[in-house]
Design a protein around this ligand. Sequence first.
Ligand SMILES: [Zn+2]
Ligand SMILES: [Zn+2]
Length: 435
Amino acid sequence: MEVYAYGGAREVGRNCFLVHEKGKYIILDCGVKLGEQTEYPQIPDNMRQHIHDVVVTHAHLDHSGYLPHIFRDGLRPHVHGTKPTRDLITVLLADYARIGGGRKGSGDAFTQKDVDMSIRNFRLHEFNQEFHTGHGFRARLLNAGHILGSAMVMVEGDKRLLYTGDISVRGTKLLDGCERNIHCDALIMESTYGDEELPSVKESMKKLVHEIKETLKEGGHVLIPSFAVGRGQEILLLLEAYMKSGALPETKIYVEGMIGTGMKITRQNIIYANQEIQRRILMSEDDPFKSKYFRTSRRKDKHDVFEEPSIIVSTSGMLTGGPAIGYVEKMAHNPKNKIIFMGYQAEGTPGRKILEGEKEVEFHGEKIKLRMKVAEVRISGHSGKSELIQFAKGIKGLKKVVLIHGEEEGLNSLKESLERSYEVIIPSLGDKINI
Ligand SMILES: [Zn+2]
Ligand SMILES: [Zn+2]
């Protein structure tokens, strides 16, 4: 068995791996790397004929965004994934087509038609149910705990290979942690936080409540930039729970961008959430998804949002686009306001720059002075260093570990820790790895 790294090698973004064994081929994820310029997986022309089956682990664009490009190029693979993944990428890819993926006139434009085609070729699979790809691999999806419906992929040929996609070992407000009962020969593992420990949920929550309370008391507004899918829903459910329990004062929470749509899809696919939240919805009248605190702004100038202290949860999570930018522009001048980052901020993004202390940011060529407060509270959908190590060590029969989806420090630090027990490889873009 061999694996080709076409994206997500020594970087976070555009995950794409081709697994090959004796005439059988399967692609694991096909994402894009968003930034000033979108970067795509580097699949060589002579390998594109082998794109028959693509597994999409979850809806985030760094794992799914290249799909419509494949269909635009006339290829017609089967796309494998869970139902929430299909439902979520239906809206995320449509949005991506509108804002950037369809950059008119540029060589990489695709259209809604390519998105529709991607969705039509979707094959739905439940967790732990074996399926056969058109070209002979046996595969299974396992719960990854990262966002709703997110999966790890077990590929079985002569060797057993587990690909994690993005994983969260610990459970959250909404989701159970990833599957831990695993037996395989080789592991391809994400390394986003390979050199960092994540704070405990309790610590993070204490800090979140403190930061929000402080700003509301001063009469300011809180902006929480978030991914459309995943953290966005977790944050809303957390805020709702804290207001209900009295830990936070009752405040209007404005939901912006695709986060609301993500909420609806989550509610429709609630059997993929944890037992507790299912019970709350099914056994009582108390449906946190329909909370009275959630609002949408009725005005283009957002005047209503700023009438009294409020909380805004808006895309995009790293301030690379979306309505969050408009809010930063409106809020930046006032030191009573606060921006709270809760998710991963990739290198080079405005979010990362602000977190690292820059007092001036540029959006659409216009410089903005930042006087608002900046805070960080981690509630990550990923795993910290020791959680990743424990996860690998819990796998029976494991011999080889391939580290991906990380920055240099994270990859090296994990390698150092795992090297004593396993053969560890950090592939570069284009590398072929023997499993
Ligand atoms: Zn993800
Ligand atoms: Zn990812």
